[in-house]
Write a protein that binds this ligand. Structure first.
Ligand code: BGC
Length: 391
């Protein structure tokens, strides 16, 4: 019978802003209330700020051994150089509760959101903001050093550089190639420094970068274009962080059938997700191989998931099965340490609000009660049996 490697991380993920609620000092809160690109504000989200203990308990009961979540810089430093002891303690308690519940904490230090004051200064293209971010990282190392196991520095810097500095679709709303380049450089710099800082407090903590990765499949004539896009979106990061990382976090959702111009169009007849892209978990085959071969690092799938049309959970279960079959195949040649499903809860999907539902668990928006979907039990059982259950 097939089993995943011993100690394989089976988890689910969330990000602070998407689940906690009332993240009022962040740039995203401000963005949701004034940008024309958003559909609805996050407001109370899933109230995970207050319900985290119940959520962690549920994850453990379902069979998971890992929880990936993020610490909210905007709560720790709501105004420049003013730190909140309450929130420093809060996240310490969250990490401790994860450990007490028998789960491995995988902590992300920056997941799309920054304090509003930092964004107002231009975000990561400002040297001063980078320095303040690294000071926040230092504080995390100082306060939580001993209890950190896996640390993800900056979540999908490639998406933030693109959406927030080139397309004007995420805060700080930048719209130029220069800004995007500058943001890319500083994200890489901040990741590499984060590695040094966290290691100086706990040399056993494993630190990685989590990158959004796509299986680029150029249509005829678009080979050069696809290569160019992949270089800016992926290669540049993979090549520049390998020396200062213990693992590479691969976050894959679909493929990109790159046309000569314009955006990827799903193959005719193929089912799509609520996000508009094709259901294609097999994208993992190409992205994982690429990440491993460029970086020579162990891989953790730090995000992979689906928001099916009409939240059809049978489609989600099928997606997960197909993804895990890819992992089984990949494990023959690649060192993969974990699979973390996005997301634990139906949560705030950025500009798209609450419509797309990625969760294994649904949330009632009146009383915040949780209901586990079949896919939650399904993946939980796989986790409990280390993959032998279905494969
Ligand atoms: C992000 C998540 C997001 C998910 C689904 C990833 O790009 O890290 O915050 O919710 O994809 O779109």
């Amino acid at each position: 019978m097939f089993e995943f490697p011993k100690g394989f991380l089976w988890g689910t993920a969330t990000a602070a802003h998407q689940v906690e609620g009332n993240n009022i000092s962040s740039d995203w809160w401000d963005w949701e209330h004034r940008s024309s690109h958003t559909t609805e504000p996050s407001m109370d989200a899933c109230n995970h700020l207050y319900l985290y203990e119940k959520d962690i308990k549920l994850m453990a009961e379902l069979g998971f051994n890992t929880y990936r979540f993020s610490i909210e810089w905007a709560r720790i430093e709501p105004e420049e150089n003013c730190y909140s002891k309450v929130f420093l303690n809060h996240y310490k308690r969250v990490i401790e509760r994860v450990i007490e519940s028998g789960l491995v904490p995988c902590v992300t230090l920056h997941h799309f959101t920054s304090p509003l004051w930092a964004s107002k200064k231009g975000g990561f293209v400002s040297k001063e903001v980078c320095e303040r971010f690294l000071k926040y990282v230092d504080l995390i190392g100082q306060n939580y050093g001993e209890i950190l196991s896996y640390v993800c520095s900056i979540n999908e810097p490639n998406i933030v550089a693109f959406m927030g500095y080139r397309m004007g679709l995420f805060p700080p709303g930048g719209q130029s190639a220069e800004l995007r380049r500058a943001a890319t450089d500083s994200f890489i710099h901040c990741h590499n420094k984060t590695y040094e800082i966290i290691k100086s407090y706990n040399d056993k903590a494993l630190i990685g970068l989590t990158l959004s990765m796509t299986d680029y499949q150029p249509l005829q004539g678009a080979e050069d274009r696809a290569k160019k896009i992949a270089t800016i979106m992926e290669d540049i990061y993979l090549e520049s962080i390998a020396q200062n990382s213990d693992f590479i976090g691969v976050q894959t959702y679909s493929r990109d059938r790159t046309p000569v111009s314009g955006v990827s169009v799903p193959e005719a007849g193929r089912a799509i997700t609520e996000m508009g892209y094709e259901i294609y978990p097999e994208a993992l085959l190409a992205t994982v191989k690429k990440a491993a071969s460029i970086t020579n690092l162990p891989v953790i799938i730090t995000e992979n998931g689906i928001a099916p049309l009409k939240d059809d959970d049978a489609v989600r279960i099928d997606f997960i099965k197909r993804a895990l079959l890819c992992l089984k195949q990949l494990l023959e040649t690649v060192d993969i340490r974990g699979y973390i499903y996005w997301s634990f809860l139906d949560n705030f999907e950025w500009n798209l609000g609450y419509r797309p539902k990625f969760g294994l668990v649904s949330v009632d928006n009146r009383d915040f009660s949780r209901t586990v979907k079949q896919s939650g039990y399904f993946l939980g059982n796989i986790a409990r049996t280390n993959g032998s259950e279905i494969i």
